[in-house]
Write a protein that binds this ligand. Structure first.
Ligand SMILES: *Cc1c(COP(=O)(O)O)cnc(C)c1O
Length: 224
């Protein structure tokens, strides 16, 4: 257990102040998450609504919970009243639902647009054209309860570091294009969520502002 606190402290001190650490606690029990909390960690990421729902009431209320996984439209309502950020917005239908549920909860929800930059076609995400369609739409202009804060992506799971680097560079390019075209005057559009345990160092070199790190902190997960 001391391992968790050590890892949190090590990561927190190695990352620059411009890079936020999202501690990915999926599959891990509250007792382990509390170890990270006691080391000062306040930002946690989960990829399943059910797990978020189970953990949220059990944990201190100054935690910022980030939903980092694929989100089903019909589950948005369960997390809308308190979720801090939704990383994987990959379709208009989802954004519409988040806006609706955020309005009901009388709040604004921070969102990232997820882009498909990896080679594997199993991963979710928009391409630039699809993002442009959303951002150009009249409907999007009317959304008052979502705030697009940036982009998110995952690199291919490969030993090939050049490929990983190219994919992160691609995501940074997308961020820059959207910033110029749509969010030039929007201060809150500033996040590039990229980098996991195996590739976060490359991600940070390529401009990441949020790394999502699980197994380095909490140990390997059982596959389920
Ligand atoms: C699980 C997960 C992570 C963390 O992965 P590790 O390799 O354990 O650091 C990051 N991002 C997403 C979207 C995940 O699902």
């Amino acid at each position: 257990m001391a391992h968790i606190q050590d890892q949190i402290r090590k990561l927190q001190s190695s990352l620059s102040e411009h890079v936020q650490l999202v501690a990915v606690s999926k599959t891990k029990p509250v007792s382990m998450i509390m170890q990270a909390y006691h080391a000062g960690q306040r930002v946690f990421g989960e990829n399943k609504v059910q797990e978020l729902q189970a953990k949220y009431p059990e944990m201190p209320k100054d935690i910022e919970w980030h939903m980092i996984g694929h989100l089903q439209t019909n589950k948005v309502k369960y997390i809308a009243p308190w979720i801090h950020m939704i990383h994987a917005v990959d379709r208009m239908k989802l954004l519409r639902e988040i806006n609706k549920e955020a309005e009901k909860a009388e709040r604004t929800i921070d969102c990232l647009l997820q882009f498909h930059v990896a080679e594997e076609d199993t991963k979710f995400g928009l391409d630039i054209q699809e993002a442009i369609e959303i951002l150009d739409s009249d409907e999007f202009q009317r959304f008052e309860n979502v705030r697009i804060c940036g982009v998110m992506g995952m690199a291919t799971f490969t030993e090939n570091q050049d490929q990983v680097r190219r994919e992160f560079q691609h995501l940074k390019t997308i961020f820059d294009q959207l910033k110029t075209r749509y969010f030039h005057n929007t201060e809150s559009f500033k996040e590039i969520s990229m980098g996991m345990s195996g590739d976060y160092k490359i991600a940070v070199e390529e401009g990441s502002t949020m790394v999502r790190i699980g197994s380095t902190i909490f140990g390997a997960r059982n596959i389920h």
